[in-house]
Design a protein around this ligand. Structure first.
Ligand SMILES: [Zn+2]
Ligand SMILES: [Zn+2]
Length: 920
């Protein structure tokens, strides 16, 4: 990575205090220190530049609890002119390029950092819960330096050409004052290390601060945009700082692990829940000092790292491993369960995709670790304890307790099932691989087994080894899996991109449907016609496809002609009408006429979608988010996140509530407002339909019921919808339920169709409508008992038939030939009779015909006939040919048939000849 010139790192404070710049001989990086004897950068890195010196001797004036540290950070900056901003959710609903917030700056990207919207305050301070999954395999062995769920403190300043807030000098001064004055660390214990920060398309120099060997904060000066690998100056320079609240807490306590610092006295109680007795801290202090060596890095295996730690401590590796294995697992369990409850509280539903995938990953990894400790039964107790512990800090936890307990229990059951299926799956795969000459289980198969089938790699490896394959779990397995799922492809934008160039220079289309959704006809001027089928007007009431609402259709009439509008698309800020028929000439004054009935239905459907979503959230819970929606005239669908298939009772409850809102005839208000205002007023539930771009967003509100950022056209009052009928719920993927519904006229029609079906059933059953259910039940019961009776009779008749046929058996070459035409009977009957004969007569050769529109036969051989060398399939082929068809089967049993019912007699005769020929 290219280094910035030294000027980018030099600050006033360094000169004032006498900091000197040095280069670390071990990692090669530049750093600033007050201590002329300081040789290395002082950071406890995997290279071993230094080890933790704060364990057992904290450099701060006092020990801070987790909460105290969070508050100390916030109030320090608050007292220095920063406004305290509430944390954002951990799911980054306002972004479509990221799933989770992994740094405090994410809250303000891209709108604030790109100058699209003003920051909520400037400067500001925030402590933001974050999630980072790329470090998942490090969580535990590094004693809490890495966490998947952590809090990042950030003081941010946004410097625009108009307003300079503060930059490098002040940022470093603030940091230094915080650690020395507020925490009491000595100046000479603070090292600043130079770095280059790149992320999210931005870049800048950064200073990482090291105290006691631990990197506690990063001060980033975001001033570049990365364009094709080169740096361009940004108009807004952002101070992006990250203070690890957990790390600062750890530092101040000098505890043996960050977990000891975070959980304090609760730690032993949590350990006892899983039957673990934690080693005395004095035993852990040594390994803790060297725990930075356990950071997973390319080229160093965990066992080698462990050996290095053991050597440094003068300990036996196996002894060390035995001491630390359960402790590290316990640390990871604590981290993962906290991460999991925070995700779930934010409305994540475990599934196989997107954020749901990572929730499942956390849960399964926790379960596996618990199993390793023989404590998988403690999962629910542990979750409950974590909820109790953390709900003071994260208010959403308290509201979601029941949901979280329910979903964890459900997911645990699902996981158990997956595991039992997985064993068979891996066994089959392993055998196939071995057959094809492979001797080991490839890593991509391991990934695939986990990704597509949920089989944990440890299990896959165990089973593969039993099958004689070489197999191993890569040490960074979970990080690699997570990496495949943390970022996501941008949603494809709708449009006709090939027209983009031709539209350049045209003014934005005036959107009449936003001024008044009820405009059915309008006058406009033709600005451009492309390819004889794309028409651009100066203004339009045709809604272009977007947000799951289909484009309007209609006509464009002009002097001397008319054409159909079959589609409308928005490209940039221009609406393009796709027409059929002769388009109007450029410059013409035209009249646009919408297919109003259709459009009005789409408006009703769209408003109904918002209403149903609001009802689903109230009936099912706050974890319900819109996962997709498609409005239609006849039918609309709304996909919601939910963890199990909906039953009729739940569906009816949602339907009842939705129709109450329809009858209440509430107003539907739409308003454009600045993004920050909308977010402040309504929160992030605005982004139900996904992130929306732009400085100003359009907010559609049904007061007291639902509010969403939405670009669609809506009714002015809910009563206009008339009726909402939920037709069914389908499970379209794990964690997502699809609700299909109809509105107004179409809802009525759907109800009437169901009624017609019902009345047809009633007339078939010959009962009045209200008796249908009882009559149907009775009919089914009667049918069942009739079937029972029938099969009893068949058995009795078959007995008689068998007796009759055996009595008529013909002797043939030491065997018994039994052949008959039984007329109109079922094939099952033929088989039943043939089976019974062969059971009683081992010399039997049985050929039985049934006859209705075609001729069918079964041919069965007793054991003696088989031993004599006869083959049923062979005989059946020839017999089938006689009746104009064929036959097939096995040696002992065959079936066949053909259309020539008149030839049955000849076929029966032929059998004797065939057998004689064979036996001769
Ligand atoms: Zn170094
Ligand atoms: Zn909408």
């Amino acid at each position: 990575m290219a280094q910035f010139p030294v000027e980018e790192y030099k600050v006033e404070l360094f000169d004032e205090l006498g900091y000197i710049r040095k280069r670390c001989p071990l990692c090669g990086e530049y750093f600033w220190t007050l201590n002329p004897d300081q040789e290395t950068c002082g950071e406890a890195t995997a290279e071993g530049c230094a080890y933790y010196t704060f364990i057992g001797s904290p450099p701060t004036k006092k020990a801070f609890s987790y909460r105290e540290m969070r508050e100390a950070f916030l109030s320090f900056f608050e007292e220095r002119g920063h406004k305290r901003v509430k944390p954002y959710p951990v799911v980054a609903r306002w972004r479509d390029d990221l799933l989770f917030v992994h740094a405090s700056i994410i809250d303000f990207q891209p709108y604030v950092t790109e100058g699209i919207m003003p920051p909520p305050a400037n400067p500001l301070v925030i402590v933001q819960p974050c999630m980072r999954f790329v470090d998942v395999d490090n969580v535990g062995p590094t004693f809490g330096r890495h966490l998947t769920a952590f809090e990042m403190g950030g003081h941010h300043a946004f410097n625009t050409p108009e307003q300079e807030v503060y930059w490098r000098d002040e940022t470093v001064r603030f940091h230094h004052e915080f650690v020395t004055k507020a925490l009491g660390v000595r100046d000479e214990d603070v090292i600043y290390k130079e770095g280059v920060w790149v992320g999210g398309g931005n870049a800048g120099p950064d200073l990482e601060t090291i105290i006691g060997g631990l990197e506690v904060a990063t001060l980033v000066f975001m001033k570049f945009k990365v364009v094709n690998g080169s740096f361009q100056e940004l108009p807004i320079r952002t101070v992006d700082t990250g203070y690890g609240i957990e790390r600062f807490t750890w530092l101040s306590q000098g505890a043996v692990s960050a977990f000891h610092a975070i959980y304090g006295r609760e730690l032993d109680r949590l350990a006892s829940l899983i039957g673990l007795e934690l080693p005395d801290p004095s035993l852990l202090a040594g390994p803790a000092r060297y725990s930075s060596l356990m950071t997973l890095k390319k080229g160093i295996r965990k066992s080698e790292a462990r050996a290095r730690v053991a050597k440094a401590l003068g300990m036996d590796v196996e002894e060390l491993e035995e001491l630390l294995r359960p402790v590290e697992a316990f640390f990871a369990i604590l981290d993962h369960t906290k991460c999991l409850i925070l995700m779930l509280a934010d409305g994540v539903v475990p599934s196989n995709v997107r954020e749901g995938y990572l929730a499942r990953l956390m849960l399964r990894r926790t379960y596996r670790l618990l199993r390793l400790l023989g404590a998988e039964e403690a999962l629910m107790d542990l979750i409950e304890a974590q909820l109790k512990l953390w709900k003071r800090d994260y208010e959403r936890l308290a509201e979601s307790e029941d949901y979280i307990m329910e979903i964890v229990a459900l997911e645990r059951e699902r996981y158990k099932q997956t595991i039992s299926r997985g064993v068979g799956l891996v066994r089959r795969l392993a055998r196939e691989l071995r057959k094809s000459g492979l001797k080991e289980l490839p890593e991509d198969k391991l990934l695939e087994l986990y990704d597509s089938h949920g089989v944990p790699p440890e299990l896959a490896v165990e089973v593969a080894r039993q099958e004689g394959l070489v197999a191993e779990v890569p040490e960074d397995f979970y990080a690699r899996v997570a990496e495949r799922h943390v970022s996501m492809p941008l949603r494809a934008r709708e449009g006709l991109p090939e027209l983009k160039e031709e539209l350049e220079g045209l003014p934005p289309t005036k959107l009449l449907y936003y001024e008044d959704a009820y405009v059915r006809e309008f006058n406009a001027k033709v600005l451009r016609v492309l390819d004889g089928r794309y028409v651009v007007l100066d203004r339009t009431a045709f809604y272009p496809e977007g947000g799951g609402q289909p484009a309007d259709t209609g006509r464009i009439a002009y002097p001397g002609g008319e054409c159909r509008v079959v589609d409308a698309r928005k490209i940039g800020r221009i609406v393009v009408h796709v027409v059929e028929g002769a388009p109007p000439p450029e410059g013409a004054e035209v009249k646009g006429i919408l297919d109003w009935e259709r459009r009005h239905d789409l408006m009703r459907a769209h408003t109904a979608t918002h209403i149903v979503l609001g009802a689903a959230r109230r009936i099912l819970g706050k974890h319900v988010w819109q996962a997709g929606a498609q409005k239609g005239v006849e039918r609309s669908r709304l996909d919601i996140t939910h963890y199990r298939h909906l039953g009729l009772k739940e569906l009816q409850a949602i339907e009842r509530l939705a129709n109450q809102v329809v009858r209440a005839n509430l107003p539907v208000r739409t308003a454009w407002m600045p993004r920050e205002e909308a977010e402040a007023r309504y929160g992030f539930r605005l982004y139900q339909g996904g992130a929306v771009p732009g400085r100003e967003i359009r907010v559609v509100e049904i007061p007291g019921w639902d509010v969403e950022a939405c670009g669609g056209t809506h009714c002015s009052r809910t009563g206009e919808i008339g009726l909402i009928k939920l037709l069914k719920a389908e499970r379209i993927q794990d964690g997502v339920e699809r609700l299909i519904f109809a509105i107004g006229e179409h809802a009525l029609r759907a109800v009437q169709e169901q009624e017609e079906t019902l009345s047809e059933v009633a007339s078939t059953l010959n009962v009045p409508l209200e008796d249908v259910a009882r009559a149907a039940r009775r009919t089914v019961e009667e049918l069942k008992s009739a079937r029972r009776e029938l099969s009893r009779l068949i058995r009795r008749i078959a007995d008689l038939e068998v007796e009759r046929l055996l009595a008529r058996a013909e002797d043939l070459a030491g065997l018994k030939l039994i052949r008959a035409d039984l007329g109109q009977v079922s094939s099952d009957y033929l088989i039943e009779v043939a089976n019974r004969i062969c059971k009683q007569e081992e010399k039997a050769i049985v050929l039985l015909f049934a006859r209705d529109k075609t001729a069918r036969f079964v041919l069965k051989l007793g054991p003696m006939a088989l031993r004599a060398g006869l083959c049923a399939a062979e005989l059946a082929r020839e017999l089938g040919r006689v009746v104009g068809g064929g036959g097939s089967g096995t040696e002992a049993f065959a079936q066949g048939g053909g259309p020539k019912t008149g030839e049955v007699g000849r076929a029966l005769g032929l059998l004797a000849e065939l057998v004689k020929r064979k036996m001769a």
